[in-house]
Design a protein around this ligand. Structure first.
Ligand code: FAD
Ligand code: FES
Length: 238
C-alpha cells in the first residue's frame, strides 16, 4: 500500500475526546477518496489507525476522530507542522444511493460528513452522547442539519438513544438506509429494518490491521472489510 507523507495543518479538539484533523498531503492522492472509503493513518513510531475520510479537497484531507486508545491519543497530540502519513483510499466506495437515510451513532458520523459533500438530499438521525458535540460539528459542517439529532444528555433534539426513536421514522419503499455506529446500535437498527422491505446497509467497522487484504483481521461474514467493505448488507447483523 502506498503511504503519502502529510503535514498536519490543524488538529482541533471539538468536544471532549473528539478532534478534527486536517492534513496536507505532500503529493496528490492517486485515487480520489469517495465515501465511505477510509485511510490507514500512520502515526510515526506509534501505530496505524483506520479512519474514514471526512473530506478531501485537492491535497487537504479531513478526518474526524475520537480518542479511544494509544494510537488516537498520540494522534491528538500532533501539532501543526508535524508529519504523519496517510494511505490511498481503502475499501470500496458506495455512492449510487436512492433516497438515502442515515442512521448513525457517535463518531460514525465521519463518513456521513464525506457523503454530505456528494449528496444533495439526504435525511436521517444522528445519535450522540452529548449535544455539545452535535452543535460544534453542525457549525463546521452545516449540511449535517439534514439529520435529526438524538442526544443522551437531552441538550439538543430528541432525548435518549437513537434506537429509542426508530418507531417515529417513516421510511418509503424506495428509501436506502445506511447505518453505522456501535455494534449494539447497528444490530438493533438492522433487526428493526428487517421487515420493512427497504434496502439497508451497514458502514461496518472491524479490527483493521494491514488494510491490504492479507492479514485476515477484518473478516466479516466471509469477506474482508478492507477489500470488500466497508459497506455490507444489513442482513449480516440480523
Ligand atoms: C473502516 C474503519 C473506519 C473508521 N473510521 C473512524 C473514524 O473516522 N473516526 C474514528 O474516531 N474512528 C474510526 N474508526 C475506529 C478507529 O480506527 C479506532 O478507534 C482506532 O483504531 C483505535 O485505535 P487506538 O490505538 O486509539 O486504540 P486501541 O488501543 O487500538 O483500542 C482501544 C479500544 O478500542 C477497541 N477498538 C479498536 N479499534 C476498533 C474498531 N475498529 N472497532 C471497535 N473497537 C475497536 C479496542 O479493542 C480497544 O478496546 C474506524 C475503524 C474502521 C475499521
Ligand atoms: S485488515 Fe488485513 S485483511 Fe483486512
Amino acid at each position: 500500500m502506498s503511504y503519502i507523507p502529510s503535514v498536519v495543518v490543524s488538529n482541533e479538539q471539538v468536544s471532549e475526546n473528539y478532534y478534527i484533523l486536517k492534513v496536507r498531503t505532500l503529493r496528490k492522492l492517486v485515487k480520489k477518496p469517495l465515501p465511505p472509503q477510509f485511510s490507514m493513518v500512520w502515526i510515526p513510531g506509534v501505530d496505524l489507525v483506520p479512519l474514514s475520510y471526512a473530506d478531501c479537497s485537492n491535497r487537504l484531507v479531513t478526518f474526524f476522530y475520537k480518542v479511544v486508545g494509544e494510537g488516537t491519543k498520540n494522534l491528538s497530540l500532533r501539532k501543526p507542522g508535524d508529519i504523519i502519513a496517510i494511505s490511498e483510499p481503502v475499501g470500496k466506495f458506495f455512492t449510487d444511493i436512492e433516497n438515502p437515510v442515515f442512521l448513525v451513532g457517535g463518531t460514525s458520523i465521519a463518513p456521513i460528513i464525506h457523503y454530505s459533500k456528494y449528496l444533495e438530499n439526504f435525511s436521517g438521525v444522528w445519535g450522540v452522547k452529548s449535544g455539545a458535540l452535535a452543535e460544534s460539528l453542525i457549525e463546521k459542517f452545516p449540511k449535517l442539519k439534514h439529520l435529526s439529532i438524538v442526544s443522551e444528555d437531552c441538550t439538543i433534539g430528541f432525548c435518549g438513544k437513537l434506537t429509542d426513536h426508530l418507531d417515529k421514522l417513516r421510511l418509503s419503499s424506495n428509501t436506502t438506509v445506511l447505518t453505522a455506529g456501535p455494534p449494539e446500535m447497528v444490530k438493533a437498527v438492522c433487526r428493526w429494518i428487517k421487515n420493512l422491505g427497504v434496502r439497508s446497509y451497514v458502514i461496518a467497522e472491524t479490527i483493521v490491521k494491514c488494510g491490504l487484504g492479507v492479514c485476515g483481521s477484518c473478516v466479516i461474514n466471509n469477506s474482508l472489510l478492507c477489500r470488500d467493505g466497508p459497506v455490507v448488507d444489513c442482513s449480516v447483523f440480523w
